[in-house]
Design a protein around this ligand. Structure first.
Ligand SMILES: [Zn+2]
Length: 597
C-alpha cells in the first residue's frame, strides 16, 4: 500500500480547487464566503450542502456528510485514501513522494503484490474456464437454473475450477509463479508425497475481493455430489482473512454510499440475485456470524446515519446470527434492521418468487432488531397457559426496557405485546424488576447468550443526543479560552456517541486549528470533526451562559445515564448521591436561566 509523505499530501491539498472538484457532482452557488448546493450524498430539494473554498471543506447539514476533497473523492468514487490521493494528484499535476520504506516492509509489500497478481490471474483463469470449457457447461447450467444472467456472473467474475488435479498449478507455473506463492495465496496444497495440487476442483468459484476489487481469495461451491463440503474457501493466509471479507463489497460500495444502506445476506448467489434485481447495495457475510471487522467495514460504507439491513435466512441459525450481529453492532453508530423472510426461503428464492418489486417491499418493511427480538419471544410463547404468557411477558418487558422512554417505537412494542399476550398495557409498560441484569443487550432475553460488555444500543443515543454533544463542541470552538476550559471538563462519561467522544479528543489537541492533522484513515471521524468545525463558524452566539447551559445539558444526561446504571445494579447509595447531583445541576441551570437577558 502506497504511503505518501505528509508534505506531498499538503501540497496536493493546496493545489485542489474544492469548488471546481465538487461542482462536477452538484451545482454550487456562492453565498457569502461559502458555496452551497444540493447535496450529492442524499436526495433533497433545498440546498443544505456547503463548501468552504478557503479551507477546502464540505459539509451537509442534512445528512452530515463532510470532509475534505480527498474524502469527497473517496466517497463519491468509492476509492480508498491512497487511490483518491493518486487520482487527485494526477488531476492537479502534483508529484507525490513516497515515504521511505524499511527493507523488510518493502519486501513484504512486494510479496503481497505478487500474491495479489496471482489471485487476479486466477480469477481470470477460472472465469475463462467457466465460459470456454466443455466442463464449464454444467456449471453454467447450474447457475442459469438459479436465474442468474450472464451479465451478473461476468460482473462478479464467477468462474469454474476444473476437475483435474493440477490445471491451476501448471498454468500459474507457466506464468512464473512459484510453488510457495501458490500455497501462500491459498490456491494450492501439498499431498503426502510433497506434490502440489489445486485446492479448488470441480467447483463454481466466487472471487472474494476487497472494496477496491482486489481479489483476496475465493469461495467455491461443489458441483458434484460426493465432493465433501458443499462450500469451501481459500485457506486463511497472508492475504485472505475470512472475518474481514464481505462478498460483493467491491460491486456494492458505490450503491451503498449513495443509498446510505447496505443489505447483508448469507450466500453468494443471494448477492448475485439481488444485484440482478437492482438491489446493488447487497453484500454477503461468509457463513452466519458477522464479525466486528465486517460491521466496521459496513459502517464506513453506509456513512453517518446509515442503515444496515440484515436479510439472513429464516432458519434458526440465520435468526441467531441477526441477534448476534446486533450485539456486535451495538457500539457502532449504525442502525441495524432486520428483514423477516418467510421460513425456508433465502433472498435468491424471494427474487424468483416475488420479483424485484416484492423484494423491495420486503426491504422497505424491515424492522428494528428490538422489534425482531420481541417478535421472536412472542412467536415462541406458549399462549395456551397463563404461565406461558407470563414467561413471555417477563422476557418481552426486559427487551422493551431497551427502547427509549416516551417514544412511539416503545409504545408500539408495548401494544404489540399486550395485544398478543392478551394482558393490559400497564402490565407490559411496567418497569422490569430492578435486579434485571444491567448489561442485557436487546438480545440477551431472547437469545439467552452471554451478555456483552456495554450492552445493547445505548438508550437515548439517538440523533437528538448526538446533536447536543456536537453543538456543545462547536460552541467550545467558538468561545476561545473559555471554550477550551469547558472542553477540558468533558469526560468519556459525557458522551453517548463514541465517535463524538473521539472528535472531542481530537479537538482538545488541535483547539487552535481544528482542521490540522485530520485523521485521514478514519473517514467517519474526519466527517465528525469537519462538521463541528463548520458549525462553529455558523454558531453566532458565544455568551458564556450559552456554553454553560450546553455543558449542563450534557452533565444532566450523564447523570441520568449513571442513575439508570445504579438503578439496574441496585446500588442505592450511588443512586442517592446521583440524585443530589441532579438537583445541583438543575439549580445551576435555573441560575443561568435567571441571568439570561
Ligand atoms: Zn447530504
Amino acid at each position: 500500500m502506497a504511503r505518501y509523505t505528509q508534505d506531498s499530501i499538503e501540497r496536493l491539498r493546496e493545489a485542489i480547487d474544492a469548488v471546481e472538484l465538487i461542482s462536477e457532482r452538484t451545482d454550487l452557488r456562492r453565498r457569502g464566503s461559502r458555496w452551497v448546493g444540493l447535496c450529492p450524498f442524499h436526495e433533497e430539494r433545498t440546498p443544505s450542502f456547503t463548501v468552504d473554498p478557503e479551507r477546502g471543506l464540505y459539509h451537509c447539514f442534512g445528512c452530515q456528510a463532510g470532509g475534505d476533497p480527498i474524502t469527497f473523492v473517496r466517497e463519491t468514487q468509492a476509492l480508498d485514501f491512497s487511490e483518491a490521493v493518486e487520482a487527485l494528484a494526477e488531476r492537479y499535476r502534483v508529484e507525490l513522494k513516497r515515504e521511505r520504506e524499511d527493507p523488510a516492509e518493502e519486501e513484504l509489500r512486494r510479496r503481497r503484490e505478487r500474491l495479489l497478481a496471482l489471485l487476479d490471474r486466477t480469477a481470470i483463469f477460472y472465469s475463462k474456464y467457466l465460459w470456454d470449457s466443455a466442463e464449464g457447461v454444467r456449471a453454467r447450467e447450474h447457475l442459469a437454473a438459479r436465474g442468474l444472467s450472464d451479465d451478473v456472473l461476468g460482473a462478479f467474475r464467477v468462474g469454474y475450477a476444473p476437475s483435474a488435479w493440477d490445471r491451476l498449478v501448471l498454468a500459474a507455473g507457466r506464468d512464473g509463479f512459484t510453488e510457495a506463492e501458490l500455497t501462500g495465496a491459498g490456491l494450492a496444497q501439498r499431498n503426502k508425497r510433497g506434490g502440489l495440487y489445486d485446492r479448488f476442483r470441480e467447483r463454481i468459484t466466487f472471487p472474494l475481493a476487497d472494496a477496491r476489487g482486489k481479489v483476496l481469495g475465493f469461495g467455491a461451491r461443489a458441483l458434484g455430489e460426493e465432493q465433501g463440503a458443499k462450500y469451501i474457501n481459500t485457506a486463511e493466509g497472508e492475504v485472505y482473512h475470512k472475518g474481514r471479507t464481505l462478498f460483493g463489497i467491491d460491486q456494492a460500495r458505490t450503491a451503498i454510499a449513495k443509498a446510505g444502506r447496505a443489505v447483508v445476506v448469507e450466500g453468494y448467489t443471494d448477492v448475485l440475485a439481488l444485484h440482478q434485481a437492482g438491489v446493488a447495495e447487497t453484500v454477503a457475510i461468509m457463513g452466519t456470524a458477522m464479525t466486528r471487522e465486517q460491521v466496521a467495514e459496513l459502517a464506513r460504507a453506509v456513512g453517518a446515519d446509515g442503515t444496515v439491513v440484515l436479510a439472513l435466512d429464516a432458519d434458526s441459525s440465520g435468526q441467531e446470527a441477526m441477534l448476534r450481529a446486533a450485539r456486535v453492532a451495538a457500539d457502532r453508530e449504525v442502525e441495524l434492521r432486520v428483514v423477516e423472510l418467510p421460513e425456508g426461503a433465502d433472498p435468491a428464492d424471494l427474487v424468483s418468487r416475488e420479483g424485484e418489486a416484492g423484494v423491495r417491499e420486503r426491504l422497505a418493511s424491515s424492522v428494528t432488531v428490538l422489534r425482531f427480538a420481541v417478535g421472536r419471544v412472542l412467536a415462541a410463547a406458549d399462549l395456551a397457559t397463563p404461565e406461558g404468557r407470563d414467561r413471555a411477558l417477563v422476557r418481552a418487558r426486559g427487551l422493551i426496557a431497551e427502547a427509549p422512554e416516551r417514544t412511539a417505537r416503545r409504545d408500539d412494542l408495548i401494544r404489540l405485546v399486550a395485544d398478543r399476550l392478551d394482558v393490559p398495557l400497564e402490565y407490559v409498560a411496567a418497569a422490569p424488576a430492578a435486579r434485571a441484569p444491567a448489561r442485557s443487550g436487546p438480545t440477551a432475553g431472547a437469545g439467552g447468550e452471554e451478555a456483552r460488555d456495554g450492552g445493547g444500543p445505548r438508550p437515548g443515543a439517538g440523533p437528538a443526543r448526538l446533536d447536543a454533544e456536537r453543538t456543545f463542541l462547536a460552541l467550545c470552538l467558538r468561545s476561545g479560552p473559555l471554550g477550551r476550559e469547558y472542553l477540558g471538563r468533558l469526560t468519556p462519561a459525557h458522551f453517548a456517541s463514541d465517535l463524538t467522544r473521539r472528535a472531542a479528543e481530537h479537538l482538545r489537541e488541535t483547539f487552535e486549528d481544528p482542521l490540522a492533522g485530520l485523521p485521514q484513515d478514519d473517514a467517519q471521524l474526519m466527517a465528525a470533526i469537519a462538521e463541528v468545525a463548520l458549525r462553529a463558524d455558523t454558531e453566532d452566539t458565544v455568551e458564556e451562559g450559552v456554553v454553560r447551559m450546553s455543558f449542563l445539558g450534557l452533565e444532566q444526561r450523564r447523570i441520568e445515564r449513571e442513575i439508570r446504571h445504579a438503578l439496574a445494579e441496585g446500588d442505592l447509595q450511588r443512586q442517592g448521591a446521583l440524585a443530589s447531583d441532579r438537583q445541583r445541576i438543575r439549580r445551576e441551570m435555573d441560575a443561568v436561566m435567571g441571568q439570561a437577558p
